[in-house]
Design a binder for this molecule. Structure first.
Ligand code: MRU
Length: 347
């Protein structure tokens, strides 16, 4: 797909405004790190790998926007920006991963002149972006082998080009299978409350001319129980050491449905989403978002005022429900504790 989720040109980050899709294709211009933090928090850009890449540019901008010649002051401002950026969204580990990568790199170049540091950080962020696209393509090639010809694949949320720097994770696998001539049909969950499926995945699939049906989330069980879904594939925001996986709210119910109906449930995620510091899913922080996302649809209130609302953005799927985790380095199967550790060691 030719659309660019984000790009950096002449010291400015351009972010495709996903809140305007599918109606308008408009880019938000970010000239400083605060604007980057804002677009991540407001979900103009979303999806674990995409927010990681955006944050990497946030660090580059935190350096670029300064006029000081005082090295310590210059570095301190970057550290302040990194802390603020990492706190924008807590669940997706790719955000912290990308920022750490930038800071580790800064450590190796911090004795250079300030002008040089600014240029090197911009180059590093460009590298993080380019690598993300390559990683997704490798993951797609690995995962495509799991998808039978004529498969009817169900996906949840948006794990496509828009959720990454390009190509996508779960949708990348589907895209690759389609490209190789497999007659794929996709079931697209609308993904309430934020409607990433209806707004974004449906848009991407339509652009690519990949056949699909849009369904509301509560229809998934109906079609699965009738044997009309051959497998489920989703992305991930964080995979714990034991394989428990946080992804968009509603993923857990799909995994249970898959098990009950004897169809495979796959996760597609880059190695950067695997967090071995977290032993199990219960330790993964779950972002709670605003009540308005549940009480309103497209700005229109649908629920009575003054009511109590819960809005966790993610849930955790226990590893026992996950048939395999597709990464750019290969397909990981049970026992996850052993095999994820082995995978990370090989990086
Ligand atoms: O709240 P979002 O839209 O950022 O949530 C996105 C997801 O849950 C995706 O499935 C996940 O980040 C993987 S995207 C390649």
């Amino acid at each position: 797909m030719r659309v660019q989720t984000l790009y950096y040109k002449n010291h400015v980050l351009y972010v495709l405004d996903q809140l305007q899709l599918p109606r308008y294709k408009k880019y938000i211009v970010c000239r400083d790190w605060r604007q980057v933090a804002q677009v991540i928090k407001k979900m103009n850009i979303r999806g674990a790998p995409a927010i990681g890449v955006a944050a990497a540019f946030g660090i580059a901008l935190a350096a670029r926007e300064q006029n000081t010649s005082d090295r310590q002051r210059f570095l301190d401002q970057i550290y302040i920006a990194s802390k603020a950026l990492v706190s924008t969204r807590p669940t997706a580990v790719n955000l912290a991963w990308a920022i750490k990568r930038m800071l580790d790199y800064l450590e190796t170049i911090k004795s250079r002149d300030i002008k040089g540091i600014k240029t090197f950080l911009e180059k590093k962020a460009q590298q993080v972006l380019a690598e993300d696209v390559l990683i997704n393509k490798k993951m797609a090639v690995q995962g495509e082998k799991l998808i039978p010809g004529n498969a009817r694949v169900l996906t949840h949320c948006n794990a496509g080009a828009l959720a990454t720097a390009g190509y996508g994770t779960a949708l990348g696998v589907i895209r690759e299978a389609h490209k190789r001539g497999k007659k794929i049909t996709v079931w697209v969950d609308e993904t309430r409350p934020y409607l990433q499926g209806a707004r974004l995945t449906a848009w991407e699939l339509k652009e690519e001319k990949i056949p699909f049906y849009l369904i509301s989330d509560n229809m998934a069980g109906h079609f699965i129980s009738r044997g009309e879904v051959d497998c489920i594939i989703t992305g991930a925001d964080r995979v714990a050491a034991n394989g428990d996986t946080a992804n968009k709210i509603g993923t857990y119910s799909l995994a249970v449905l898959a098990k009950e109906n004897c169809i495979p449930f796959y996760i597609a995620a880059p190695c950067s989403t695997i967090d071995l510091h977290i032993k199990s899913g219960s330790e993964i922080p779950i972002e709670e978002r605003s009540a308005e996302e549940v009480t309103c649809i497209a700005g229109k209130r649908i629920a009575p005022p003054g009511i109590k609302v819960k809005n966790p953005a993610f849930d955790v799927t226990p590893h026992k429900y996950i048939t395999a985790i597709i990464t750019e380095k290969g397909i990981v199967k049970k026992p996850y504790l052993k095999n994820l550790k082995k995978l990370k060691k090989s990086l």
